[in-house]
Design a protein around this ligand. Structure first.
Ligand SMILES: Cc1cc2nc3c(=O)[nH]c(=O)nc-3n(C[C@H](O)[C@H](O)[C@H](O)COP(=O)(O)OP(=O)(O)OC[C@H]3O[C@@H](n4cnc5c(N)ncnc54)[C@H](O)[C@@H]3O)c2cc1C
Length: 229
């Protein structure tokens, strides 16, 4: 059903609904995110723009540690904000961050506001949730690494999902789901890479799998041969 108005029937479906990055939800964060002025949820994608800058990253899991470490190789200083008094990350990832000279970890610290000049981020106002002390950290980038949510709620109860909601590939190495004729590509089934190039690759796999599925159902259906001319 499209917009609860139109019913479409089909012989095969490819799901590519992606995954949405989680944000803190602060007005200032959303403002600079929309302006493209220094808020990002992907260090690997946007880190390069902050080469030789000071940045702040929020998060405490494995992904946050990995992204902080990645940023530390590009930026002069990375301040990592951890809400609790410990990491949620594995010991090895936490140790890697702790042992990196230009990463400063602020535990028990929450983001109050992303500061800016109306166009770009200039700092981050943080509060220690134990002492209530408020500090402004100079920064041109604010990275949010608090997880992603796959856009798969509508498939709950129909398709096999993992505990976070990512669609499970019924047969690893293919785009097949647990339902015959339903295929998945991109971030909706990928909690590891979540990149445009991997999404495009699995999109190609899903297209080929769907074509082969249709051809197997109907001998008059022609599978297109990729042309590289
Ligand atoms: C800030 C940022 C920067 C990035 N930069 C890079 C980069 O430099 N290089 C790189 O390789 N990757 C980058 N990525 C990652 C890349 O954007 C994703 O990996 C890629 O877009 C995933 O493609 P996808 O088709 O799976 O999902 P998406 O591109 O997210 O597309 C999903 C689509 O499905 C739609 N949709 C969702 N639910 C429904 C529904 N119920 N019904 C109908 N439609 C629905 C959505 O509106 C959306 O249009 C970046 C990501 C972010 C957040």
């Amino acid at each position: 059903w499209v917009n609860e108005e139109k019913e479409i029937h089909c012989d095969t479906v490819i799901i590519s609904t992606g995954a949405s990055a989680k944000y803190l939800g602060l007005d200032s964060e959303q403002k600079y995110l929309k302006l493209g002025g220094g808020v990002s949820a992907c260090a690997v994608c946007d880190g390069f723009f902050y080469r030789n800058h000071e940045v702040v990253i929020v998060g405490a899991g494995d992904s946050a540690c990995e992204e902080a470490h990645y940023l530390s190789k590009l930026c002069t200083k990375v301040t990592m904000l951890v809400r609790r008094d410990e990491f949620r990350a594995s010991k090895i990832m936490a140790a890697r961050v702790k042992n990196t000279e230009n990463i400063e970890i602020l535990f028990n610290t929450e983001t109050e506001e992303v500061l800016g000049d109306g166009q770009v981020v200039t700092g981050v106002r943080v509060k220690n949730n134990q002492t209530n002390e408020v500090t402004d950290i100079p920064s041109t980038g604010f990275f949010v690494a608090i997880g992603h949510k796959p856009n798969t709620d509508i498939f709950k109860g129909f398709l096999d999902l993992d505990e976070t909601g990512y669609i499970i590939n019924a047969k690893p190495g293919t785009s097949k789901t647990n339902i015959d004729g339903v295929f998945v590509s991109g971030d909706a089934a990928d909690h590891v890479y979540r990149q445009a190039v991997t999404a495009a690759g699995t999109g190609c796999m899903a297209a080929l799998d769907a074509e082969r599925y249709l051809a197997a159902k109907d001998s008059t259906f022609e599978v297109s041969t990729p042309s590289y001319n």
